[in-house]
Write a protein that binds this ligand. Structure first.
Ligand code: NAD
Length: 335
């Protein structure tokens, strides 16, 4: 197939080209994000290969379809950025990479928890300046603390496994309960109880209409004073303005995020020469107890290798009309 790869970075090219040796598709790499403005670039390509911040609303899909594109190959697991009903109506297939390395994201979640708790960035900056004072670096033992895991799927389960090793008490909330998580000692509870009893709340559910801003002012009010909130899932799970208010009052004691609702205008680019235009993000950066990474939780060699090989496998299956292409259907988003 002829495949137009959007939002292509050097590492996408490296891993996709290596994996394509087995498949022989014609890959063309485009640096811009896919949007109504850039969709005409895909004219004549059978498939587009896109990432988390490529927005595939109806208008973009119509342009793609008119240009001959029949397949959307997501090189990520989330699919909230695609209008699935419009794709279905236009007879365009959508495929994704459901699991490439739950470990990558789960381990990054722990990096945020530990980094915040032990104030690693602050401590390191101090030591580089010859300041060995411990004032302001006080942490807590994770052992014995209660962690609430919202979404106990692939990533959530690995988080549970790791936290079990730390000796945490584990609470969970999901629309489907996992036996594996219960065997690891996790107790499923209503969301309100999870918020009330957790020292740390970590989000691992997908972004759907039901989970949009699952962390809002009401949810934050139910949490204990000083709770740590971690979001490595999708930015819009969290109402950022409500979170800022909760950080100001101390209701939230720590915030660790790898995703941000308005990240599409910021993440994956070097903007260090530019004036930051997003005042909400700018406010987040002022808090000493906020740790932000730019959607890098997935970013390990192992994950990129798996993403590339599953993406090309999906495209080959669709080309040959074979099953196993990890299709996304509109019913998934309503599930
Ligand atoms: P998964 O599908 O295996 O697990 C998601 C879990 O969330 C499922 O158990 C599902 O039942 C549950 N869920 C659905 N609706 C829910 C609700 N309303 N309340 C509570 N739980 C609900 O997915 P996964 O592979 O574990 O990935 C989870 C999310 O992580 C993805 O949707 C994606 O948004 C995010 N992600 C982020 C990165 C990153 O780099 N930061 C990388 C990969 C995935």
């Amino acid at each position: 197939m002829r495949v137009a790869v959007f939002s292509a970075k050097s590492y996408d090219r490296q891993f996709l080209e290596a994996a394509n040796a087995e498949h022989g598709h014609e890959l063309r790499f485009f640096e811009p994000r896919l949007s109504t403005e850039t969709a005409p670039l895909a004219g004549g390509f059978d498939a587009v290969c896109v990432f988390v911040n490529d927005v595939l609303k109806r208008a973009t899909l119509v342009i793609l379809r008119e240009g001959g594109t029949r397949l959307i190959a997501l090189r990520c697991s989330g699919f909230n950025n695609v209008d699935l009903e419009a794709a279905d109506e236009l007879d365009m297939k959508v495929v994704r990479v459901p699991a490439y390395s739950p470990h990558a994201v789960a381990e990054h979640t722990l990096a945020l928890i530990l980094g915040l708790n032990r104030r690693i960035t602050r401590a390191s900056a101090r030591v580089h300046e010859g300041n060995f004072s411990l004032e302001g670096l006080l942490g807590f033992d994770l052992h014995g603390r209660t962690v609430g895991v919202v979404g106990t799927g692939r990533i959530g389960q690995v988080v549970v496994q790791i936290l079990r090793g730390f000796g945490c008490r584990l609470l969970g909330h999901d629309v489907t309960e996992s036996d594996a998580c219960m065997r690891l000692g996790l107790e499923y509870v209503p969301l309100e109880q999870l918020f009330r009893e957790s020292d740390i709340v970590t989000l691992h559910c997908p972004l759907t209409p039901e989970t949009y801003r699952i962390i809002n002012a009401d949810a934050l009010m139910q949490m204990q004073r000083g709770t740590m909130l971690i979001n490595t899932s999708r930015g819009a799970l969290v109402d950022t303005r409500a979170v800022i208010d909760a950080l100001k009052t101390g209701r939230l004691g720590y915030l660790g995020i790898d995703v941000y609702e308005e990240e599409a205008d910021l993440f994956f680019e070097d903007l260090s020469d530019q004036v930051l235009q997003d005042d909400v993000f700018a406010r987040l950066l002022t808090f000493p107890n906020v740790l932000i990474t730019g959607h890098q939780a997935f970013f390990t060699e192992d994950a990129l290798r798996n993403i590339a090989s599953t993406t090309l496998h999906n495209i080959t299956c669709e080309e040959r009309g074979q099953p196993g292409s990890h299709r996304v259907s509109p019913s998934l988003v309503k599930a």
